[in-house]
Design a protein around this ligand. Structure first.
Ligand code: FAD
Length: 442
């Protein structure tokens, strides 16, 4: 029974507790008895985490390892998580989807309770999470890391039902598979539209790495095809590096249309029947494949829990505690994190700070000042990556960069190959921290 407990779904788990339901879930005795008899689980508090991506997974892992007396429950409806990071390499034909898909077995093996359900709301006074089926999971501290949702109001003709024709591929897994299958089905000479949103959004360099990786695929298999970038912004992350990559590796394949003072190239309507994309400036493109990446906001549960103010969730930058709801933290893409970009690296870094804060809050020991890091590598061609990164500190109540670095435009092939190797090491490292899983470097 002990071995399988962490794999049970919520109903099975409630049944195991003798019909007491999940209100008994965090009761120290119940957990100590059935889940981890070797440690006094739950004696030092119940931490519930919503969302098993790099934010939630990292936190579950390090909290469980660092403080085995804390009872850690991860609410995540899926059994498998496919990373968005490295999904562009899949689109480029350089990696399989399987190689970027990971299970929660490594977390359950160390005693994290995985409740396979979707959170629908919280009661901040009684301190429980309400699941979609109406049952409750009590917490002492709650951490929300649910990622993003899309704002579709500004794009005529685009609803969630149209993501089968216009895949955003900005949540991992099925959407990436769909975009790649559309690219494979396209004839040579076809037109691919990539439409990044305005700021802020998940992974600022992601759309431009994607353009490089799609171009890498087309160059080999459909060399007469072209990519049209219609961007809602004036400029974008690592712009000089990407522009150079477009010209060097994929000459003549990529047309770049930025929104500037004269032209607004933000996508404002799509037509499902004809796959036509129209921008505010009136440019109409008949696409064969259209990757529309809509503007973004925090995931629904962040709003349902009362943590959002507008699109995103304001937090105390020292520890990512919600500014709106007591005993709740918000990390990862859903949070407003000052200068920090919305990235897996950031979410992982924030999880470490929250872990420290929760551990010291429970134990009464002093916590150390928060320091955060981020690096984003982008693969621009096989074996050639560029990177940008920064460190962050709290200055006057805001998270500010305290150092930055970025690849040189004219660096040599070896430096770019070394950056690619670094990115492989980072991927293996963050997967180990998020899922307690060993990934072979490729
Ligand atoms: C194309 C692309 C490339 C990228 N490349 C990089 C990169 O190279 N480096 C980098 O650092 N970042 C990269 N990113 C960004 C990175 O993927 C995200 O920033 C990161 O996944 C955010 O982590 P998170 O934990 O906030 O949310 P997510 O990873 O989105 O995880 C959220 C989890 O919460 C679950 N969830 C949502 N709602 C509920 C609910 N109500 N109840 C229970 N569970 C719920 C979801 O099922 C999901 O598993 C990339 C993104 C894209 C799209």
């Amino acid at each position: 029974m002990k071995k399988n407990l962490a794999r049970l779904n919520r109903r099975q788990f409630a049944g195991l507790l003798g019909g007491a339901g999940l209100a008994a879930f965090g009761a120290p005795g119940a957990l100590a008895q059935v889940n981890a008899p070797s440690v006094n689980r739950g004696a030092n508090g119940r931490v519930v985490i919503i969302g098993g991506g790099p934010g939630g997974g990292t936190l579950a892992h390090i909290l469980r390892r660092g403080s085995p007396e804390i009872d850690v429950t991860l609410i995540e409806p899926s059994s498998l998580y496919t990373t968005c990071f490295f999904s562009n390499l899949y689109l480029g034909g350089l990696r399989t989807l399987d190689s970027i898909t990971h299970s929660y077995d490594g977390l359950t093996s160390i005693g994290v309770n995985h409740v396979k359900a979707r959170a629908a709301g919280i009661d901040p006074d009684k301190k429980f999470v309400r699941l979609e089926d109406g049952s409750n999971v009590p917490y002492d501290k709650l951490v929300i890391s649910p990622g993003i949702d899309f704002k579709l109001e500004g794009i005529d003709g685009l609803t969630e039902r149209d993501f089968d024709v216009f895949p955003h591929a900005y949540r991992g897994g099925e959407q990436s598979r769909l975009l790649f299958s559309q690219l494979r089905a396209m004839s040579d000479g076809g037109t691919v539209v990539v439409a990044p949103p305005g700021n802020p959004y998940r992974c600022p360099p992601g759309p431009y790495e994607r353009v490089c990786m799609i171009a890498n695929y087309l160059k080999q298999y459909k060399p007469r095809s072209k990519i049209i970038l219609v961007d809602a912004k004036m400029g974008f992350a690592k712009q000089a590096l990407f522009m150079q990559a477009f010209e060097t590796y994929y000459p003549g394949m990529i047309e770049v249309n930025l929104t500037n003072d004269i032209d607004n190239q933000q996508v404002v309507s799509v037509d499902r029947g004809t796959k036509t994309v129209q921008t505010a400036a009136g440019m109409k493109i008949k696409a064969d494949v259209a990757n529309i990446i809509p503007p973004q906001k925090s995931a629904p549960i962040a709003h349902q829990s009362g943590c959002a103010d507008g699109d995103w969730c304001p937090v105390n930058p020292e520890n990512f505690a919600s500014k709106l709801v007591p005993d709740v933290y918000v990390i990862g893409d859903s949070s407003t994190a000052g200068d920090m970009p919305k990235s897996a690296f950031s979410a992982n870094s924030q999880a470490k700070s929250v872990s420290n804060h929760i551990e010291t809050t429970f134990s009464g020991k002093p916590s150390y000042p928060a320091r955060y890091r981020n690096t984003c590598w982008s693969l621009i061609a096989p074996n050639a990556s560029v990177k940008v990164g920064a460190g962050y500190r709290v200055v006057d109540g805001e998270l500010k960069k305290n150092f930055t670095f970025v690849s040189d435009v004219d660096e040599d092939a070896k430096t770019r190959a070394d950056s690619y190797k670094e990115s492989l090491g980072w991927y293996a490292g963050i997967i180990a921290e998020t899922f307690n899983k060993r990934v072979e470097k490729i």
